[in-house]
Design a protein around this ligand. Structure first.
Ligand SMILES: [Zn+2]
Length: 138
């Protein structure tokens, strides 16, 4: 029985892939559109044919968005509180809409970046050497 051992795999540029994803472009070629709607990925890249169904971003993009916006809002609240007495309605009229709108604005770019990260590191279905059986076991 012959055993094939893979000793070299082409290195994929991590930061370029994340940057292409954050621009909502294909992480591989940087030209094809990544999304067909707000957060729905295309089936494949229209330029290079990369299969996007292999991506599994799951809850990571919202986690990152909440992490970033939470830190921005806490800094904003601390600044408002330490600048002297402030109107409590300031929070209602500025920070609550910001807490809703900012993550929604960021989500497509963050999801694109996560897909770029997954492609560059050959996670999930982006590793052609893994079979479907391997993917479902892990
Ligand atoms: Zn492409």
């Amino acid at each position: 029985m012959a055993v094939q051992v893979e000793t070299y795999r082409e290195r994929r540029p991590l930061w370029k892939a994340i940057g292409n994803g954050m621009a909502c472009r294909c992480p591989s070629c940087g030209k094809g559109k990544l999304f067909r709607s707000y957060l729905k990925l295309n089936e494949a890249c229209s330029n290079c044919g990369l299969d996007f169904t292999a991506a599994r971003a799951d809850d990571f993009p919202p986690y990152i968005a909440i992490f970033i916006v939470g830190h921005v809002l806490v800094g904003w609240m601390l600044h408002a509180e330490m600048s002297g007495p402030s109107d409590p309605m300031l929070y209602v009229w500025t920070m609550i809409p910001a807490a809703i709108i900012l993550p929604l604005i960021m989500l497509p770019s963050i999801k694109g970046g996560v897909v770029g990260l997954q492609w560059a590191t050959r996670m999930h279905g982006f590793d052609a050497s893994r079979t479907d059986h391997d993917r479902h076991d892990s």
